[in-house]
Design a protein around this ligand. Structure first.
Ligand code: TRP
Length: 454
């Protein structure tokens, strides 16, 4: 098999391109679809507070750790550990990342397929004049249909593969730069409509007023899982993207900007959704269906609703696309750099494998509706396994690697871009990656899965 030519490795072109691509990965269905329903299932305000705490204390440090590892090694997730820690078993974290990428993209593309159907429905003006109940009916009917969602899933994975084929600069970066700003603008428009609905107060109260009685150990784990999922951390997506970042970029400020953008968009999505949840009498615990029921209901009340709903679902699809690309890139970079398969076949093989696995999750409410474990369907099982187990474990080992193996001087060198920037707070960062983050992740994790009981 041909060897990969590392002198021809692709990279991001500009500073804005780096931020747009990394934010493109982070901002996706996790913010607009997953955050509102997970917050809804876990009690709202108190969940949000714990979530924010995890973003700051754990999320940003893990993101920065991933960038540091990737840029220092200039390799895919597996190759990064091989290169930085030769002769050790650290590469197993890289393998875990590749496995997690398969699982995440398999169920992620299920929801992305719903988005495509909703673009189509919006274009066909299917929401207008319908009650909240009819809209729910419409959604449930669609997702249990099996055939149609699978077709959309194949279309979506085809699109994802098509962009990844074009490479880092001319595929990933190019699209992210245009699409991210437009997404932000649209959410703001929806927010304005949502907060002016009658009864908006109840929804905002639900989201912002902490009620700690509603918080239990599994909701704390859910907040951690959501933080990892939303920031795209814990499986090497940002190690892979980090390896494409120019040596002169400031990694710390990039990590902070990307995390801030991701968090702001998640909160804005919550503000767009919860007022409608209450105004239209939907339960906030509606689960993965939540936005597909509430948003069409808001759009109907919006002057120009037809236009906005179409635009919104297109942008949701696009946000999903820029995230999916980043997950697929993990696998493609691994296949091409480690196994010597060239980019095109590597992309096609990875996309087909993921789509095949993904159909199982898409059929969770259709042909495979009868399969469940502890009341969870295949889709929920895959999501739980990836977000609440694999990502925290990956993140745990990533910070341990950085703090205990990689070491302070190599970190300083990478964060300062070999002396170009002054590194502030290195002491604090070291404390976090050596002690605080590993201990916090381990405790929340063991507690959340019930292995440890406080
Ligand atoms: N963060 C993305 C979202 O919020 C999804 C995503 C992309 C992801 N890459 C990831 C999640 C890596 C976990 C790990 O939609």
């Amino acid at each position: 098999m041909a060897k990969f030519d590392f002198s021809k490795r692709d990279s991001f072109g500009t500073k804005f391109g780096v931020i747009a691509a990394a934010a493109g990965s982070a901002v996706g269905l996790g913010n607009i679809w997953r955050f509102p329903y997970v917050a809804g299932e876990n009690g709202g305000g108190a969940f949000l507070l714990v979530y924010l705490l995890f973003i700051i204390a754990i999320g940003i440090p893990v993101m920065l750790s991933e960038f540091t590892i990737g840029r220092s090694a200039q390799r895919n997730v597996f190759g990064s550990f091989k290169r930085l820690a030769p002769g050790t078993y650290w590469y197993l974290i890289g393998l875990l990342g590749v496995v997690a990428a398969f699982i995440i993209l398999s169920f992620y593309s299920t929801v992305a397929s719903w988005t495509l159907e909703y673009i189509y429905k919006a274009a066909a003006d299917s929401f207008s004049g319908k009650t909240a109940q009819e809209l729910t009916h419409m959604f449930v009917g669609f997702k249990s249909a099996t055939f149609r969602p699978i077709i959309w899933q194949i279309v979506f994975m085809g699109l994802t593969a098509w962009i990844v084929l074009s490479g880092v600069k001319r595929g990933i970066e190019k699209y992210a730069k245009i699409l991210m700003p437009v997404l932000l603008l649209l959410i703001l428009v929806l927010d304005i409509r949502a907060v002016t609905l009658d009864d908006a107060g109840k929804g905002l109260e639900f989201l912002f007023q902490p009620n700690f009685a509603k918080l239990n150990t599994s909701s704390v784990l859910a907040a951690l899982g959501q933080a990892f999922f939303s920031l795209s951390i814990g499986m090497g997506t940002l190690i892979t993207y980090g390896s494409y970042i120019n040596k002169r970029e400031n990694l710390a400020s990039t990590a902070i900007s990307v995390s801030a953008a991701d968090t702001i968009i998640a909160i804005l999505a919550g503000v767009a959704i919860f007022p409608a949840v209450f105004a239209f009498g939907i339960e906030p615990e509606a689960g993965p269906d939540l936005i597909f029921r509430t948003l069409p209901a808001i759009f109907q009340k919006l002057p120009g609703g037809y236009f906005f709903s179409l635009l919104f679902f297109i942008l949701l699809g696009v946000a999903a696309l820029t995230s999916s690309i980043s997950v697929l890139e993990v696998v493609v970079a691994y296949f091409s750099e480690e196994l010597g398969i060239s980019r095109k076949p590597a992309t096609i093989v990875a996309a087909i494998g993921i789509t095949a696995l993904g159909t199982l999750s898409t059929m969770s409410w259709g042909a495979l509706d009868h399969i469940s474990l502890f009341g969870n369907k295949i889709f929920d099982m895959l999501d739980f396994a990836a977000s609440n187990i694999l990502l925290p474990i990956g993140g745990l080992f990533i910070v341990i690697f950085l703090g205990w193996f990689f070491g302070r001087e190599r970190i300083r060198k990478e964060l300062s871009s070999e002396g170009l920037f002054k590194v502030n707070l290195l002491q604090v960062f070291m404390l976090i990656v050596k002690f605080l983050a590993p201990i916090a992740i381990a405790l929340v994790f063991l507690n959340g899965i019930g292995l440890l009981n406080f």
